[in-house]
Write a new protein. Structure first.
Length: 272
């Protein structure tokens, strides 16, 4: 009886969690005047025109904003993979003065909300002329600013036997060689986890991209979706939901492709 009840509760929970997504997909196929008038997810009148209308509704085709989001996402992924893996290797394998103190300070930055640092960051990037470019969204990732991923990789590297380092050192490898030839190939699950999380968080980021991107030609997908909502009451809800469905597809595909690495990467680190 208990397993049956457990499965029933899990199914009910899954339905409740998926209902908003299903409602959005159904609403993208409804006429705009019926979206909030017709409750539920039953589709009475099919309106496929929301997709072509939404694709060409803004100043640029929606594909332009998808490309912008891809550029930002790829830049942040490369930045996190390079910088966080190097920082993690230093904390996990190297010995230097104040190592524990710096590691603790790095972990404390996880507790800092973005609203605390956004003002001084904006002032700094404005002074160097980076506002309204992709640089403020990408360059900080090259400095290992995402402490969560550094911690994730540190825990993974600590699980790799040090005997492999000693064997490589006997064969003539230095610190860089050990990192490139031994540690990195074994870190594939952690690197894949970092890639997936970075892609999802960057793709869905709205606040940071709204702050730094003011030119409509530089808009990413979250900022472009905001343009469909008009405060005067003439919002194109059908087109908005249609393009929201389109914007969810890359995240859905990325999760499906990387699900195996995601589970393995989390289960083999301190984040399990």
């Amino acid at each position: 009886m208990r397993p049956t009840l457990k499965h029933v509760l899990l199914i009910i929970t899954a339905v409740l969690m998926l209902y908003p997504v299903v409602w959005m997909v159904v609403s993208s196929l409804r006429p705009s005047d019926e979206i909030f008038r017709e409750p539920g997810i039953l589709l009475k009148n099919l309106e496929t025109g929301n997709y072509p209308n939404g694709w060409d509704a803004l100043a640029h085709p929606f594909g332009h904003y998808l490309i912008n989001s891809v550029i930002v996402a790829l830049g942040t992924i490369i930045g996190n993979l390079v910088s966080c893996s190097m920082a993690a290797y230093a904390f996990a394998r190297l010995e230097f003065r104040g190592k524990k103190l710096w590691f603790a300070i790095m972990l404390m930055t996880i507790m800092l909300p973005i609203h605390v640092v956004i003002v001084p960051q904006y002032i700094m990037f404005s002074q160097v002329g980076w506002v309204n470019t992709f640089l403020p969204l990408i360059v900080p990732k090259l400095l290992a600013t995402d402490a969560f991923f550094v911690f994730l990789m540190v825990q993974f590297i600590r699980g790799i036997p040090r005997e492999l380092d000693d064997a490589a050192r006997i064969d003539g490898c230095g610190r860089a060689g050990i990192f490139a030839r031994i540690i990195l190939p074994l870190m594939v699950p952690a690197l894949a986890t970092t890639t997936i999380f970075t892609f999802i968080w960057t793709w869905n980021d709205f606040f940071g991209q709204l702050i730094y991107l003011t030119d409509p030609s530089k808009y990413t997908v979250p900022v472009a979706l905001r343009a469909f909502v008009d405060s005067t009451g003439t919002s194109s809800w059908g087109s908005l939901f249609a393009m929201s469905v389109v914007s969810l597809l890359p995240v859905f595909v990325a999760f499906l492709i990387g699900q195996r690495f995601l589970v393995k990467g989390i289960s083999t680190t301190g984040g399990k």
